[in-house]
Ligand binder design. Structure first.
Ligand SMILES: Cc1cc2nc3c(=O)[nH]c(=O)nc-3n(C[C@H](O)[C@H](O)[C@H](O)COP(=O)(O)OP(=O)(O)OC[C@H]3O[C@@H](n4cnc5c(N)ncnc54)[C@H](O)[C@@H]3O)c2cc1C
Length: 246
């Protein structure tokens, strides 16, 4: 007899890699078929588990990149050169291979598509992943709320989803501001997020935006601090931290 899932507790599911695609030289999107997937909300993540033949296993969290509109699930993984899990997911896992995961996880860092507030998304590096699910969900749900994305990354070559974001700025009420911390396109400065950028690229506090910030801990703390200093309501700011402190 199949073991019943304990209500309120997530069971591990065995997904299969349907296909994958490079987003940059070091980031790859995995498209997974997940039998029994219960559906998700934009902003949630999954836990992924790898198990070696000797039984050793490692778990990591990955945000869901796809909109909550289908049976397949997309994760985008940034390869960390000396990492335990991300090199396997980006370089070894192939079509047809199984991948254990459980989810969806997280009920706080989620964007409800019925929300009427303007949406302010602030991403550092691979922190764009759950925010991309929100942008895709915005389109799927035909939301009319305006969206602004501030996306901080090292260089143009590190941009995830750049062609899709560019297309979406034409088709939907989305404005994107890129910040480059190391190498910028000709004529653009390099630099970190600061008060001037918040002033020009974010919604003013009087518009009462719903704010989602995601990225490395240092980036998230800096961005949240700048928004609060600019007068945004701390209760309207939701944050999610990836990886080590930058
Ligand atoms: C809620 C949540 C959602 C996440 N979503 C995503 C996602 O959508 N895409 C994604 O790529 N990652 C995401 N992460 C990060 C992911 O869980 C792993 O931490 C990451 O893939 C590194 O795992 P690893 O096993 O390859 O490296 P590890 O073996 O854990 O670490 C190897 C080395 O790299 C350093 N390191 C670890 N993580 C980072 C990092 N992010 N940046 C720089 N150095 C690092 C470590 O300090 C260590 O020195 C998320 C994390 C959380 C908590």
């Amino acid at each position: 007899m199949a073991r019943a899932a304990v209500p309120g507790r997530l069971s591990w599911l065995v997904s299969t890699l349907a296909t994958s695609r490079d987003e940059t030289a070091s980031a790859r999107t995995l498209v997974l078929d997940v039998p029994g997937w219960p559906g998700h909300q934009a902003g949630q993540h999954v836990d992924v588990k790898l198990t070696a033949e000797d039984g050793y296993s490692a778990q990591r969290s990955y945000s869901i990149a796809s909109a909550p509109d289908g049976s397949s699930l997309e994760l985008t993984v940034q390869r960390i050169a000396d990492g335990e899990v991300s090199p396997y997911l980006t370089e070894v896992l192939g079509p047809g291979d199984p991948l254990e995961l459980r989810g969806p996880i997280g009920g706080w860092f989620v964007w409800p598509p019925g929300s009427a507030a303007p949406l302010l998304l602030v991403a550092g590096g691979s922190g764009i992943v759950p925010l991309m699910s929100m942008i895709r969900s915005h389109t799927v749900n035909k939301s009319k709320v305006p969206v602004r994305l501030i996306y901080s990354l090292r260089s143009p070559a590190d941009a995830l989803y750049a062609p899709e974001l560019s297309e979406r700025t034409v088709a939907s009420p989305l404005e994107v501001t890129y910040l480059y911390t190391r190498t910028a396109p000709t004529g653009m400065p390099t630099g970190r997020i600061n008060a001037d950028i918040i002033d020009t690229a974010a919604w003013p506090p009087s518009d009462k935006p719903a704010v989602f910030i995601c990225g490395p801990t240092g980036f998230v703390e800096a961005a949240a601090g700048l928004l609060v200093a600019a007068g945004h309501d701390p209760a309207a700011i939701k944050t999610e931290r990836f990886g080590p402190t930058s």
